[in-house]
Design a protein around this ligand. Structure first.
Ligand code: HEC
Ligand code: HEC
Length: 198
C-alpha cells in the first residue's frame, strides 16, 4: 500500500468517526432546499413537511434518513410493492431521493394521530416484550430501523399485517418472524400504542 492511499484512508477514518459521533451532521442548506423542492408533490398524500393526516399514509417527517432512502430504493427495485409509489420514486433521480430523505428526516411530526387508550395499554405490554430490542424504548428506531412513534394507526396495521401474511407487498425476514404469531387484535393494540407515542 503506498503513502497517498494510507493518507486517504486516514482522512476517511477521521471523517467517518466524526460522522459517527454526531447522529445528525450539519445540514447542507442547498441539499435541504433541493430536497424540499423535490418533495413538493409528496404533500398531497404525506402532508405538509411529511406530517400525514391520512390514516393509511405514513408520516415521513422525523423518519430516519437511511431508512427512508432504503424504502425508496425498495420501491424502485420491486422489493416493496405499491404501484403508485413504485412509479413515482422511479421517476426521481438517485440524488433527488437522497435529498428528499434528508429533508423529511429533519422535519418534526406535527399531525398526531388519535389513538385508543385501552388498546394502547395492551399494545405497550406486547411492544416491551417483542419489539423494543430493535425499535427502542421511545420507538425512534435507529439509522436502518424505522421510527414508529406517532405513526398513523391504519398504516401501522396495514404494514404489520403485510409482514405477517407474507403476500409480498413488504418483505423482511426479521419482521416476518416477529409478526408471525400476532393476532389481528394484537396488531390493533400495537398500532394504538405506537400512534400514541410522542
Ligand atoms: C397518492 C398519494 C401519495 C403520494 C403523492 C406520495 N406517496 Fe409515498 N406513500 C403513499 C402510501 C399510501 C404509502 C404506503 C405504501 C405502503 O404501504 O407500502 C407511501 C409510502 C411511502 C414511503 C414509505 C414510508 C415508510 O414508512 O416505510 C416513502 C419513503 C414514501 N412514500 C415517499 C414518498 C415521496 C418521496 C413522495 C413524493 C415524491 C411520495 N411518497 C408521494 C402515498 C403517496
Ligand atoms: C430484530 C429487529 C426487529 C424487531 C424485534 C422488530 N422489528 Fe419492526 N422493523 C425492523 C426492521 C429492520 C424494519 C424495516 C423492514 C423493511 O425494510 O421493510 C422494521 C419495520 C417495521 C415496521 C414498518 C414501519 C414503516 O414505517 O413502514 C413496523 C410497523 C414495525 N417494524 C413494527 C414492529 C413491531 C410492532 C414489532 C414487535 C412485534 C417489531 N417491529 C419488531 C426490525 C425489527
Amino acid at each position: 500500500m503506498n503513502k497517498p492511499t494510507l493518507a486517504a484512508l486516514a482522512a476517511l477514518l477521521l471523517l467517518t468517526s466524526a460522522h459517527a459521533a454526531d447522529p445528525k451532521p450539519a445540514v447542507n442548506d442547498t441539499i435541504l432546499k433541493n430536497g424540499q423542492k423535490s418533495a413538493q408533490f409528496c404533500r398531497h398524500c404525506h402532508g405538509v413537511g411529511g406530517s400525514s393526516v391520512r390514516d393509511d399514509t405514513p408520516n415521513l417527517a422525523g423518519q430516519n434518513e437511511a431508512y427512508l432512502l432504503a424504502q425508496m430504493n425498495k420501491f424502485v427495485s420491486g422489493q416493496r410493492k405499491n404501484e403508485f409509489m413504485e412509479g413515482l420514486i422511479k421517476a426521481l433521480t438517485p440524488e433527488e431521493r437522497k435529498n428528499i430523505a434528508m429533508y423529511f428526516s429533519r422535519q418534526e411530526v406535527l399531525a398526531r394521530p388519535a389513538s385508543n387508550a385501552a388498546q394502547a395499554a395492551a399494545g405497550k405490554r406486547l411492544y416491551d416484550s417483542l419489539c423494543v430490542s430493535c425499535h427502542g424504548a421511545n420507538a425512534y428506531g435507529t439509522e436502518k430501523v424505522p421510527r414508529l412513534a406517532s405513526q398513523q394507526v391504519g398504516y401501522l396495521k396495514d404494514s404489520l399485517t403485510r409482514y405477517r401474511n407474507g403476500g409480498g407487498e413488504r418483505i423482511d425476514p426479521l419482521m416476518a418472524a416477529y409478526t408471525r404469531n400476532l393476532k389481528d387484535a394484537d396488531i390493533a393494540n400495537l398500532a394504538a400504542y405506537l400512534a400514541s407515542m410522542r
